[in-house]
Design a protein around this ligand. Sequence first.
Ligand SMILES: [Zn+2]
Length: 323
Amino acid sequence: MAQVETARGPVDADSLGVTLMHEHVFILNEEVRENYPADYPDGWDEDGQVDSAITKLTELTGRGCRTIVDPTVLGLGRDIHRIRRVADGTDLNIIVATGLYTYNDVPFYFLYRQPRPSTGGVDPMTSLFVRDIQTGIADTGVKAAFLKCAVDEPGLTPGVERVLRAVCRAHTETGAPITVHTHPHSGTGREVVRVLREEGADLTKVVLGHSGDTSDLDYLTELADAGCLLGMDRFGIDIVPFEQRVSTVAAMCERGYSQRMVLSHDAACYIDWFPPAVIPRFLPSWHYLHLFDDVLPALRERGVSEEQIDTMLVANPRRYFGG
Ligand SMILES: [Zn+2]
């Protein structure tokens, strides 16, 4: 039986159950937090934040969710010690990632560490990703179970392309699946598929994140036909209206693509990108429970069957992780 690494150690793929495929726990800039504590939104109380995350995630398990997949990597403030504390306080499985989140350049740390004859031509970035998957992250003993990178509106800048190819090579070496943040309005999902094919990646092990930001069914169908999973993963970010997000999923189900979609919110317990008080005012549905309380009932109303919902929430995540 296939095993999947989580923040509490390996579990059977069959036990993942209802899985939200793209949720963060903490997104923050550690350097800002450490240097400007007084200016940090609401201050930062480490124990309080861990407790608050445990409360929110425990509430999510109350809706029947068993697993969240957290693509918080370098660039988003990954701290697996903190995640481990949260995971130990809840029954929820938290699957953690390796990779690098940038829309433009690589951090200077990597700029001057290029593939060289002394590294066997291997990108040092790839070696770090592989170590996170095979050995574990820092001294936590927690292993990453998937790879994450981003191709946003600027497209394949040299830095972004380097990260994407490093992710592909770590995938080829380890078999770990991939999640790519894409920007459907500039069609970056297509560029991602082209590079993945060049690198010989298994497209059925790839989530094209944020695909649900578009209602262009032909674009979505093309990427699903390539074998990829479409991340319909920003429910609650109502910059794209709720109705549109729901109708797009229902329409793709009607076209027979429930096996090519996964559902999520891209929410976080805490994100320092905006003052915390602003989020409930402007995006009141952007939280972990929205899918269960609002989205699933709306999908059922539009004719999406229990079997299709199960496929998107249970079977597709299990298959992605090798089960
Ligand atoms: Zn995200």
